[in-house]
Design a protein around this ligand. Structure first.
Ligand code: ADP
Ligand code: MG
Length: 337
C-alpha cells in the first residue's frame, strides 16, 4: 500500500488531475450528462461531452462549472467521484487531495466541492486558490515579497491576481473567457453574413486564425454554417482581421480586469510587476498576440507560461508535495478532514 497525493483542477472547460509521481494523469471535459426526467447522472467527462448537442430531449449534457457556479451538489459530487476513481488506483491509501476551483465559486458551493472529494475517498482535502496554483505551476517563485501578476483565462472565467509572499494582494475575476470568445465569433458571423455556425466551428476558427493583435501571414479560413436567409448549408471565407474585430470587446473586458487589479495594487508591488511582468496561463493565453496586446496596453513585459493549460493542475500537485513548507500558502480553512 502506498500513499498518494493528487491535485485536481476543476476548470470550467476541463478537469485535470495531477498525481505526484506521474504528473498529469487525467484530462477530460467538465461535463455531466443527466436524465432530465429522473435526475440520474448518466455519464461524466469525455463520454458526456460526446453527447452535447446530440442528445434526445430527456438527456441534457451540462457543464456544471461553466458559468462559474456549482448549482447542483449532486452533479459536482458525481464529477469529482468519477475523476478521483479514475485517477487513483484502488490499491493505494486514501489520497490527500488539493482541489482548485474558480474563485467566483465561493462559500456553500466551494464547501460542497470539498465535501464531495471527502465523500469520494479523500483522506484530507485542501482548497487552493486558483491564481496561487497557476503561479506555482507557471514556475513563479511566489514565496518572496515580490509582486507577481498572473492572468489565467479559462473557458468561463478569467482571473487576475497580484501575488506576494504566497498570498493574493489584489485580484479580480470576470465571467469572460474562451467560451465568450467563441460566442463573439458566432454573433459576428451571424450579424455580418447571416450565417449560423456552431460552437465547435467557432472554437476552431478562434484557434486556427483568431488573434488579439495583427500577426504575419494572415490567411483567410473556409467556414461552414447554415444560411439564415434560405436555411441551406453554406461555405464562405473568413479573414483573421474579422475574427480580431469580433473578439475585440471580450479581449477588452480582460484588459479592464488587469487595469482594475493594477489600480488596487500597492505601489511597491507595482514597481515589482514592472520588473517581472505579467504571466499568462489557461487556454485563453494561447490566443495569438494576446501577450503583445497586453504588453502594449499596460507597458509591462508579458510572458505566456510554458504549457499554460496545465499550470493550475501542476501547481496544486506541487503545493501538496511541499505541503509542510508551503502550509502558509493554503487557504484559511485548510484541511477539512
Ligand atoms: P478551464 O480552466 O476553465 O477549464 P482552460 O484553461 O482549459 O479552461 O481553457 C479552455 C479555453 O481555452 C477554451 O475556451 C479553449 O477554446 C481555449 N483554448 C484552447 N487552446 C486555445 C488556443 N490555441 N487559442 C485560443 N484559445 C484556446
Ligand atoms: Mg483553469
Amino acid at each position: 500500500m502506498s500513499s498518494i497525493d493528487i491535485g485536481i483542477d476543476l476548470g470550467t472547460s476541463t478537469v485535470l488531475v495531477y498525481n505526484g509521481s506521474q504528473g498529469i494523469v487525467l484530462r477530460e471535459p467538465s461535463v455531466v450528462a443527466v436524465n432530465t426526467k429522473t435526475g440520474e447522472t448518466l455519464s461524466v467527462g469525455a463520454e458526456a461531452h460526446e453527447m452535447i448537442g446530440k442528445t434526445p430531449a430527456r438527456i441534457t449534457a451540462i457543464r456544471p462549472l461553466c458559468d462559474g457556479v456549482i448549482s447542483d451538489y449532486k452533479m459536482t459530487e458525481a464529477m469529482i467521484k468519477y475523476f478521483m476513481k479514475k485517477a487513483c488506483p484502488s490499491n493505494v491509501v486514501k489520497p490527500r487531495v488539493a482541489l482548485c476551483i474558480p474563485s467566483l465559486i465561493t462559500g456553500v458551493e466551494a464547501n460542497a466541492a470539498v465535501d464531495a472529494a471527502g465523500a469520494a475517498g479523500a483522506r484530507s482535502v485542501y482548497l487552493i486558490e486558483e491564481p496561487v496554483a497557476a503561479a506555482i505551476g507557471a514556475g513563479l517563485d511566489i514565496s518572496k515579497p515580490n509582486g507577481n501578476l498572473i492572468l489565467d483565462i479559462g473557458g468561463g472565467t478569467s482571473e487576475v491576481a497580484v501575488i506576494s509572499l504566497g498570498g493574493i494582494v489584489a485580484s479580480r475575476s470576470v465571467r469572460v473567457g474562451g467560451d465568450e470568445f467563441d460566442s463573439a465569433i458566432i454573433q459576428y458571423v451571424k450579424k455580418k453574413y447571416n450565417l449560423l455556425i456552431g460552437d465547435r466551428t467557432a472554437e476552431n476558427i478562434k484557434i486556427e486564425i483568431g488573434s488579439a493583435y495583427p500577426y504575419e501571414d494572415e490567411q483567410p479560413m473556409e467556414i461552414k454554417g447554415r444560411n439564415l436567409v434560405d436555411g441551406l448549408p453554406k461555405n464562405m471565407m473568413l479573414h483573421p482581421d474579422e475574427v480580431r474585430e469580433a473578439l475585440a470587446d471580450s479581449v477588452m473586458s480582460v484588459l479592464d480586469a488587469i487595469r482594475t487589479t493594477l489600480e488596487r495594487t500597492p505601489p511597491e508591488l507595482s514597481a515589482d510587476i514592472i520588473d517581472h511582468g505579467i504571466t499568462l496561463t489557461g487556454g485563453g493565453a494561447l490566443l495569438r498576440g494576446l501577450d503583445q496586446l497586453i504588453s502594449k496596453e499596460t507597458g509591462m513585459p508579458v510572458q505566456v507560461a510554458e504549457n499554460p493549460l496545465d499550470c493550475v493542475a501542476a501547481g496544486t500537485g506541487k503545493l501538496l508535495e511541499n505541503i509542510n513548507t508551503m502550509k502558509e500558502l493554503l487557504s484559511d480553512d485548510d484541511s477539512k478532514y
